[in-house]
Design a protein around this ligand. Structure first.
Ligand code: SAH
Length: 578
């Protein structure tokens, strides 16, 4: 987590003078804020990816953070600036946490002298842990890393034997025999001397074929045996390709969850095409059972992406067929991110992390403005509101060509957002390259707006969008009737647009056929954004002109009531059952 990718920078001044300095810095540091210096405040930001800047004496910072320390891979960056702004000390998590980079950045702004004490920086050597993080390699065995690093720094160099072409810093020396190396880059099991370290590149992809109902244990056993027969390390595995219809099997899903492998599903046509392209042998059994020329080998190759090489041709147990391919290109990643309302406090840490990790961000202009702070130095692709297909296609294209991409939706990406569209596009087009997809949930308008009203969603509720851009109005009307008849609380998304101002009145007329004009209605506009408003009204006297496309309308059920500013739908705890 280099310092220029920090999610949030929090400045903790100890004195009034320190506060002035913090204010100066905060104005020039994106995603930063000033908080009072207390252990409670510091602990609430204690999370990898954040940068904590104490404007105080080192002793104060050390005493406050001491009880919070966990591990260098988990702790945030901690930097101390003296209150005259002369020294900027990188105190904790210099490399992986990004404190060195943050200290240098702050020093440039003040300007001041950065104080960096991590050895590799003193000797101007590339840090081993940062190299491993950037190339995605895993260093084994982990307990040897500290002594190994100490030797590397005192020798001032590193000899590397590469069995796989991971990029190396220019100052490291490449050797042609493994015995002469300090570091060996390989995904194979190796006998190491006591001073050697292994860097395992995560570039292997499984292709799996299996019978219906095969258990996770059987899959795991077959994979383990194939790996060990071929002396391959499980740490090098990144993903697993299989037939699309098999990717829903319980045993397969459990295996993938346990081993944390990304899933790459392929249609029979895609598999058959790859069989032909690669000149693989055709399996009569696979053809009969699933309609593809073969499964394991083409699935491994497809998952591993362009330029992949089949490392282990298929190996069979009675239930499972395993093949392994080696990738030559690192896979792209597509985060389908929900940013919540736009209020930074209503965005999840996972969403923030995804935006920080992405190099490319795609979204509707207005949503991107809400997270502007996090977008410095990224490639941005923004479009108008109705260009969803463009955005989804663009994001997918970028990810398929190997980039880390975040596609931003307001609220939750899977609720009238872009997650479904992307997955639909994939299901139509197939995976044309290796791309990992991660859906990151967000606070949806229903949650955010309900909270502002009190507790209107305490009983069964239905969500209906009044936009007929993609749904025929008859369908919308039929769903409204059904929800109204069944006495659901009803949350209306897209309630009223400039081009279709009459949708809300039509919906209201329908609801009034089933519910009394006294039914409570909560109207929340621009939750978490500038101009947030909350209105309490009733179905009979709903002020339609106050509702726009940034508004969510919540219509109570027959039991919903107002108490002061609160809209409450009773759940039945008070002795009555609803
Ligand atoms: N994916 C979004 C919904 C997109 S549909 C989510 O999960 O929230 C767009 C509709 O959501 C808007 O017309 C409005 O009805 C509602 N909405 C989105 N953000 C809102 C906000 N901040 N305040 C009130 N309603 C909002």
């Amino acid at each position: 987590m280099p310092g220029d990718r920090l999610q949030k920078i929090v400045l903790f001044p100890a004195t009034a003078r320190g506060h002035e300095l913090a204010a100066r810095l905060s104005a020039r540091l994106p995603s930063s804020e000033i908080r009072p210096l207390s252990r409670g405040e510091v602990s609430s930001f204690w999370e990898k990816g954040n940068g904590l800047v104490f404007v105080s004496a080192c002793g104060i910072a050390v005493r406050i953070v001491a009880p919070l320390l966990r591990h260098k891979q988990e702790d945030p960056a901690v930097v101390v600036v003296d209150e005259t702004g002369r020294w900027v000390i990188s105190l904790l998590s210099g490399h992986l946490g990004g404190a060195n980079a943050l200290a240098r950045k702050i020093a440039r702004l003040l300007p001041a002298e950065p104080v960096i004490t991590t050895a590799s920086d003193l000797y101007h050597l590339p840090a081993l842990d940062l190299w491993a993080e950037e190339t995605g390699a895993i260093l084994l065995p982990p307990e040897r890393i500290p002594a190994f690093t100490a030797r590397y720094l005192s020798r001032g160099g590193l000899r590397v034997f590469r069995e796989y072409p991971l990029p190396l810093p220019a100052v490291w020396e490449e050797v042609s025999e493994p015995e002469k190396a300090d570091l060996i880059v390989s995904y194979r099991q190796r006998d190491l001397s006591s001073s050697q370290l292994l860097a395992v590149p995560r570039v292997l992809y499984l292709g799996l074929g299996f019978n219906r109902g095969t258990s996770a244990e059987a899959i795991e056993k077959a994979v383990r045996e194939t790996l060990s027969r071929n002396r391959l390390l499980s740490q090098a595995l990144r993903g697993v390709g299989t037939l699309e219809a098999k990717a829903r099997e319980e045993g397969f899903l459990a295996f993938c969850r346990k081993t944390r492998l990304s899933i790459f599903p392929f249609s029979p046509e895609e598999l058959s095409r790859r069989v032909k392209e690669a000149g693989l042998s055709i399996s009569r059994a696979a053809r009969q059972a699933v309609g593809a020329f073969a499964v394991a080998e083409p699935a491994a190759l497809l998952a591993a992406g362009p330029g992949a090489r089949l490392l282990v041709p298929k190996e069979k147990t009675p239930e499972v067929t395993v093949a392994v391919a080696e990738a030559r290109q690192s896979p792209g990643k597509l985060f389908l991110v929900g940013i919540g309302t736009g209020d930074p406090g209503e965005m999840t840490p996972a969403a923030r992390r995804a935006l920080c990790e992405a190099t490319h961000v795609v979204g509707y202009g207005k949503y991107l403005e809400l997270v502007e702070d996090l977008l410095a130095e990224k490639e941005i692709y923004s479009t108008g509101m109705t260009r969803e297909v463009d955005r989804a296609e663009r994001a997918l294209e970028l990810a398929l060509s190997g980039h880390r991409v975040a596609l931003v939706s307001g609220g939750d990406p899977g609720i009238y957002g872009l997650a479904g569209l992307v997955l639909e596009l994939l299901s139509e087009k197939g995976l044309s390259g290796p791309v990992e997809i991660e859906v990151i949930p967000g606070l949806s308008a229903a949650n955010a707006c309900a909270a502002r009203l009190g507790a209107p969603l305490m009983h069964d509720f239905a969500v209906v969008s009044l936009s007929d851009r993609l749904t025929p109005w008859e369908t919308i009307e039929a769903r409204l009737r059904a929800a109204a008849e069944a006495d659901f609380v009803i949350v209306l998304y897209n309630p009223r647009s400039r081009s279709r101002p009459e949708h809300l009145s039509r919906a209201r007329r329908i609801l009034l056929e089933y519910r009394s004009p006294e039914t409570p209605v909560g109207i929340v506009k621009a939750a978490g954004r500038d101009g947030e408003t909350v209105l309490l009204s009733t179905l009979g006297s709903l002020p339609e002109e106050k509702v726009d496309m940034q508004t969510t309308v919540i219509v109570g059920n027959s039991r919903t009531f107002f108490f002061g500013p609160w809209m409450i739908t009773p759940r039945g705890y008070r002795g009555r059952r609803f």
